[in-house]
Ligand binder design. Structure first.
Ligand code: SF4
Length: 483
């Protein structure tokens, strides 16, 4: 539970002028778990774009006043962000708005490009000037460059997709069209549906469709471009090289909301299956199963069903605090666990507890939770993790960028159990990941090292900021010399 999600995207096109920003607002609220650093909405009112974007949660950025100030329109696109490339400054808020030679567009992006550094270098050498440090601007540059030699925005996007590598689910808005696209591997989810009054909505997860009263129609296929415009709905699937689908398996384990269905597989049911597998693979004599709120709870339920050990609510979450990892730094994180979670003494005192969580990254949070249970009187604490150990960084939209931060890279399972203070520890075996989704077609590179794309040389989240400060250094020395 130390991982950051990536981002969430939401788009709407209505047959009539409406307060579409309000619908996007509700959609973004449902996607808030995917990113809590910043959010934004761009409304298209007959080709005139108006936007509101800022750092903060959806409820903080969009007050009644700010929402009312956004005009009515027939299209809008929205975004919630946790920056996996580029810092968390205002300039990186999305949707990104771009004016180009043939018009304008707004772009919302979920995922990370694995060739972002190379592409940005090439663009900068050809004269491009970047205003943000996120790789979304690289996508915007390439799409607009392609637009110069193509007859439509979707053709430009198609051309760009043969250049971009890595993870991207996009919602792009031009003056007359709303366009959704999923990268050829389908790393990140994207689906669409329709409301009763004829509006089409697209979102990262189906839970956001439900939130705005839209009926789910289908997921976009990997590599698909779906255009909503004057010609109706047009799908382009055969334009780029076919790849084997590699949806991020961690979407099922942790990122997505349990009430979402991704590529036909219920997130809740996948987590139940993970818990059942854990009970079979790592059985233990215990009095109760407790899930770490929220993402460990479904797997804990599955563990209880399979083992026959009663599922109990042994941990209570403070509903009014965000996810523990919003604030950076080990010290802050440690304090926040205690603020966020509390053990119910009357429930766990004197008991042997199976504690189920979705993952262990550094081990700090897990250690704190085990200690909370022990302080509340638990006799034994057996940790069960509904994912395999993290052994590799992710290049496709999460913030694990260094093996040195991964406890499983430096310690055995036994050592990790000792470090976090658990009586025993069991992870989901890598081969069992396929049981979660009922087959192949997923990415599990952070567990098994099988990357679907070439691995980038520089994976730091702040790589573009670092580059800027490196470029500034000679100037600094020059100025120091003058002084
Ligand atoms: Fe998901 Fe891991 Fe693949 Fe990243 S490396 S996309 S977190 S499965």
């Amino acid at each position: 539970m130390n991982l950051h999600e990536e981002c969430g995207v939401f788009g709407i096109i209505s047959p009539h002028i409406a307060h579409v920003a309000e619908t996007v607002y509700y959609g973004l609220y449902a996607l808030q778990h995917r990113g809590q650093e910043s959010c934004g909405i761009v409304v298209n009112d007959d080709g005139v774009f108006s936007s509101c974007k800022d750092l903060g949660l959806v409820s903080e950025v969009f007050t009644a006043d700010t929402l009312c100030r956004l005009p009515q329109g027939n299209m809008a696109v929205g975004h919630v962000r946790y920056g996996t490339t580029g810092g968390s400054s205002r300039r990186n808020c999305q949707p990104l708005e771009v004016n180009h030679q043939k018009g304008k567009m707004a772009l919302a992006h979920n995922g990370n490009l694995s060739n972002a550094v190379q592409l940005r270098d090439e663009l900068e050498l050809s004269g491009a000037i970047f205003h943000t440090t996120s790789d979304t601007e690289t996508i915007a540059y390439i799409v607009t460059r392609e637009r110069l030699r193509t007859s439509s925005i979707e053709e430009a996007l198609s051309g760009a997709m043969s250049i971009l590598e890595g993870a991207y689910s996009l919602i792009l808005m031009s003056p007359r069209k709303l366009i959704c696209a999923r990268d050829p591997y389908g790393f990140r989810p994207l689906c669409y549906g329709q409301t009763e009054d004829g509006m089409y909505v697209a979102a990262s997860e189906s839970c956001a469709l439900k939130a705005v009263g839209a009926k789910f129609i289908r997921d976009l296929e990997p590599g698909e471009i779906l255009v909503f415009g004057p010609e109706g709905i047009v799908s382009r699937r055969e334009h780029c090289e076919k790849k084997e689908k590699r949806l991020c398996i961690f979407e099922y384990i942790y990122f997505a909301r349990p009430d979402s269905v991704l590529d036909g597989v219920s997130v809740h049911e996948a987590r139940i299956r993970a818990g059942r597998i854990l009970a079979r693979e790592h059985p233990v004599r215990a009095d109760m199963v407790v899930g770490v709120p929220d993402s460990g709870m479904d797997a804990a339920l599955g563990f209880g069903m399979e083992s026959g050990i009663p599922y109990e609510i042994g941990l209570i979450k403070n509903k009014y605090i965000g996810r523990t990892f919003i604030s950076p730094g080990q010290h802050t994180r440690t304090d926040q666990v205690r603020i966020k979670l509390s053990a119910i003494e009357e429930c766990v005192r004197g008991k042997r507890v199976v504690l189920v969580d979705d993952s262990i990254v550094r081990g700090t949070t897990s250690g704190r939770i085990v200690r909370l249970l022990r302080e509340a009187g638990a006799r034994e604490v057996h940790m069960r993790i509904s994912s395999p150990p993290f052994l590799n960084p992710c290049y496709y939209g999460t913030d694990i960028d260094s093996r040195e931060h991964l406890i499983a890279c430096r310690h055995s399972v036994l050592e990790t159990a000792q470090i976090i203070g658990a009586d025993s520890l069991g992870y989901l075996p890598v081969p069992e990941l396929s049981s979660l989704v009922g087959g192949s077609g997923y990415c599990s590179a952070c567990f098994d090292g099988h990357y679907p794309t070439p691995v980038p040389a520089d994976t730091r989240k702040d790589r573009f900021e670092q580059k800027l400060s490196e470029q500034a250094r000679p100037l600094d020395s020059l100025l120091a010399g003058i002084k």
